[in-house]
Design a binder for this molecule. Structure first.
Ligand code: PEP
Length: 253
């Protein structure tokens, strides 16, 4: 059976100034130079992308953005286009729950962004996940199914797509899902993707996100359908992030 890559991505969110980001990225790069066999991605704020791109050039640490607009250019004040991001980045996080909840992004909008990102050669990291009230109502799988199927509706293949399951109640709370519960959802997601895309779903990297740190990452990576992690707060400390990546690699066997 094909085994997807191990992927660890750090979402810096609206943290780390452009003036600090280059040195911060370089510390991560230095700490991870010895760790091969993991796709390592850092996702700074848009304004820090040029500096970090310069420092990471030619390295094994990839750069991702945190969002793009779905249009290629035009009168969209404050937005960045997929091709602008593609000049610096390989990846882009799309559909993060903070964008859905605080900026009104719908499944339809996320789908348009995914299609636009892929069109210019960006690899999307699609975020999906249920809220606490949805989980308590027994709707977690319904929500996740709707999110993933809508977002990937126009996508011809799963090549270069990464899916991050991030239960909203676990993000930034210090209370992660249990590895077993996360695995159950990942198996469900992979099953859906197999129905829609066939055997290529076996190669799809499925990341868990939500209060992952260096101490708990191994438990997630040990699950058969979890191929990595999307990390928020634990990615804001270079040493903790380096340890997290090393521990993930060790747990991948
Ligand atoms: C996130 O925001 O994608 C995330 C996983 O955050 P944290 O690790 O802080 O829960």
């Amino acid at each position: 059976m094909p085994v997807p890559d191990l992927v660890i991505a750090a979402n810096w969110k609206m943290n780390i100034l452009p003036s600090e980001a280059g040195d911060f990225a370089e510390r991560i790069l230095n700490g991870l130079q010895v760790v091969h066999g993991v796709t390592k991605i850092v996702c700074p704020a848009s304004l820090a992308l040029p500096t970090v791109a310069e420092r990471l050039k030619g390295s094994e640490v990839y750069l991702g953005a945190q969002n793009v607009h779905h249009e290629s250019k035009g009168a969209y004040t404050g937005e960045v286009s997929p091709s602008m991001v593609r000049e610096m980045c390989e990846y882009v996080i799309l559909g993060h729950s903070e964008r859905r909840q605080q900026f009104g992004e719908t499944d339809e909008m996320v789908a348009k962004k995914i299609t636009a990102a892929i069109r210019v050669g960006l690899k999307p990291i699609l975020c999906i996940g249920e809220t606490l009230s949805e989980r308590e109502a027994g709707d977690a799988t319904v929500v996740v199914q709707r999110q993933v199927r809508t977002a990937l509706r126009e996508v011809p293949s799963l090549n270069d797509v990464v899916v991050a399951y991030e239960p909203v109640w676990a993000i930034g709370t210090g209370v992660p899902s249990s590895p077993a519960d996360a695995q159950q959802m990942m198996e469900f997601i992979r099953g859906l993707m197999q129905e829609d895309f066939g055997r290529s779903a076996l190669d799809l990297p499925l990341l868990y996100g939500g209060s992952v740190d260096a101490n708990n990452v191994a438990g997630f990576i040990a699950q058969p359908d979890i191929n990595g992690a999307l990390v928020g707060s634990a990615g804001l400390d270079a040493e903790r992030f380096i340890d997290l990546v090393k521990n993930a690699y060790a747990a991948s066997g």
